[in-house]
Design a protein around this ligand. Structure first.
Ligand code: 4NP
Length: 147
């Protein structure tokens, strides 16, 4: 299973999603990307890394890159952090491609959240981690149920 996590900058939410999910599902292939190229080459945002590190997630190896059309062919599942990301991704879908694109919160309906709020703006790094952990756990169960 190859899973790509996507947000806007690829320095807060999607690298956190990747870092949490890969700890829960080490057998999966994972990556993350941003719909923008604003932070290409950058490591995850310092305050986000610090909050993740406090919970035992090491994001330091991750580097931002922009989402590209070819990602539709390279991954089995694309997971967007919010509805804007999902729409921006869908605009790039190649003709004939049917790779599922889901919003991460779909996997944690019990939270009542419909998107992962961007902690770059909200400054709620721990809140983002709480939600990402719930969504990642739900995604692990959803993928197990498919087998
Ligand atoms: P992310 O957060 O999409 O969760 O990585 C952002 C980080 C940086 C910016 C926007 C969103 N920015 O405007 O630089």
């Amino acid at each position: 299973m190859k899973v790509l996590f996507v947000c806007l900058g690829n320095i807060c939410r999607s690298p956190t999603a990747e870092g949490v999910f890969r700890d829960l599902a080490p057998e999966a292939k994972t990556d993350s990307a941003g719909t923008s190229n604003w932070h290409a080459g950058d490591p995850p945002y310092g305050p986000m890394q610090a909050a993740a590190s406090a919970r035992g997630y090491d994001l330091s190896d991750l580097r931002a890159r922009q989402f590209v059309r070819a990602d539709f062919e390279r991954f089995d599942l694309i997971v967007a952090m919010d509805e804007n990301n999902r729409r921006d991704i869908e605009h790039l879908r190649p003709a004939g491609n049917s790779t599922p694109v889901r919003v991460f919160t779909d996997f944690a309906p019990q939270t009542g959240a419909t998107e992962v709020p961007d902690p770059y703006y909200t400054r709620e790094f721990d809140g983002a981690l709480d939600l990402v952990e719930a969504c990642a756990a739900g995604l692990v169960i959803a993928l197990k149920d498919r087998r």
